[in-house]
Write a protein that binds this ligand. Sequence first.
Ligand code: GLN
Length: 281
Amino acid sequence: MGATLRTATERLAATSDTPRLDAELLMAHALGVSRSDLLLRHMSAPVPESFAALLARRAEHEPVAHILGEQEFFGLPFRVTPDVLIPRGDSEVLVEAALAGMPAARRVLDCGTGSGALLLAVLHHLPAAQGVGIDRSATALTVAADNAARLGLSDRVKLAAANWLQPGWDEGLGQFDLILANPPYVEEAAALSPSVREFEPAEALFAGPEGLDDYRALVPQLPVLLAPGGVALVEIGATQAEAVIAIAAAAGFTVRLRHDLGGRPRALELKIPLVNGPGSD
Ligand code: GLN
């Protein structure tokens, strides 16, 4: 087992930034146990026959989340298919900011919900909140619905097909205390690893030559969807802070920049300043 994991790690180093972790996750999957159980209890078990095929798939760049059909996000298990973006640890900063900034949120909107990771992680921690997740991909919505059911959140989540590039997409949604969005933001010509470019859905990744097309369309539409005092949390690419802050400021927002665990700019916290009533100054 130990030797197999070492050899597998060496083989995956050519494909993956996290070769040891990948090898352990695939081995745990082959054994039908969790990774921590593998490390604590099964390190002297015989290597299951199915491991070699799983390793070969990863060596051909297939993401571990696709091989396992699952990805953990904010400590919760999410089902993942090639129809949705794989939830990333970097996006957890949005959930942290949401829980810290809007602990009393009652209505939550997730724009481009994909697997449902952002919305469902927030609802899991805010038991009084109701959520709406929209996505233009019908197949993504079935994955989000499945995740809502698995996490016992179906009765607090509404999922709907909608595309913010089309007028009228937000009709009847009402207003929200909290809006989450991880829109596509990758530049079309970006040098992505094959694991991302060849396996994850292009419509969840790419947003025009500068990766800004979806911010330009979506951010100016958010003020009317926010209840007074509400907050929108929008994920950004690490180099996009200046450009997206300008888009948000032009839409009337005050902006606070949040960083991910790697210290890179990762999210904008957007608020509409409350107007003082007559007589106050
Ligand atoms: N962070 C993702 C990446 O790796 C992009 C996610 C997105 O476009 N929303 O590339």
